[in-house]
Design a protein around this ligand. Sequence first.
Ligand code: MG
Length: 315
Amino acid sequence: MKIGRTAGVTDTGRRRLRNEDAFICEPPLFAVADGMGGARAGEVAAGLAAAALEEAGSETRGAEGVAALIVEANKRIWERSLNDPRTTGMGTTVTAALVDAASGAVAIGHVGDSRAYLLRDETLEQLTTDHSLVAELVESGVLTPEEAERHPQRSAITRALGTEPTVEVDAFTMQAEPGDLFLVCSDGLSAMLSDEAVSSAIETADRDPERAAAALVAAANARGGEDNITVVLFEIVDDQAPAPSPVPEPVPEATVLPEAGELTEEDVQVEASESVAAEPEPSRHGAGAGGRVAALALIVSVLVVGLLVLYLAVR
Ligand code: MG
């Protein structure tokens, strides 16, 4: 088995001014962090979590390895919040998946209400359990899942990264199969879309991670986009599957391409910078201010010499 196509997208949504989500889509590691806290503290917390996870090396393996990364991330966020008063009380969720492609083992570590899902065949299964008030109330039978979806406190989480010196991490390993599609997302997606809407958006996109990620963000925004929306998707394929085709670099719209196709990335960059540099020279075809002064001086000196000659001739 191996990791096939992947995609990661984050969007501010329709109601929030800033995006306090962060994500990692760097095979074999995939993660989403949803920050919280005043000012820009949520962004700081989610960014610190992502940075700590990105330090995962090849020696990081399995559920224990992922849990250790998350514990380290917790420590860094907690210490930063002690040393920087502007970030007091900041925290973040984190849901991370680390794939051991050869064996097909997917290790998942999780704190908060960002989620991991698996789409296998036609069934979407939520792999993580939210650490949230409403999830606990559903668990204890106080609320039905439907009531939880509409509950005013549905975004209150009971466990976060960085708000305490230590954190309890849910971590487990599951066995992937060729054809599996994994989704890691923030609550800006899962609170806006039902599981049925999520799986139908992915199927409509022919399970293409790039297209599916864009479709999921668009669908969450169409339902109101009340929070930042982050979606990370990756597929597991068998070893014989063709390598994912490289995504072509987007070409700046203003750039005019030469006709004979063979254009390197360097050419595009040169053309783009030339078109920018050409902008601030509107008076290229006329004399500049300095030219006008020189012309005036020439006319004056010709007049002076002329008058001098006339004066001498008259005398
Ligand atoms: Mg959120």
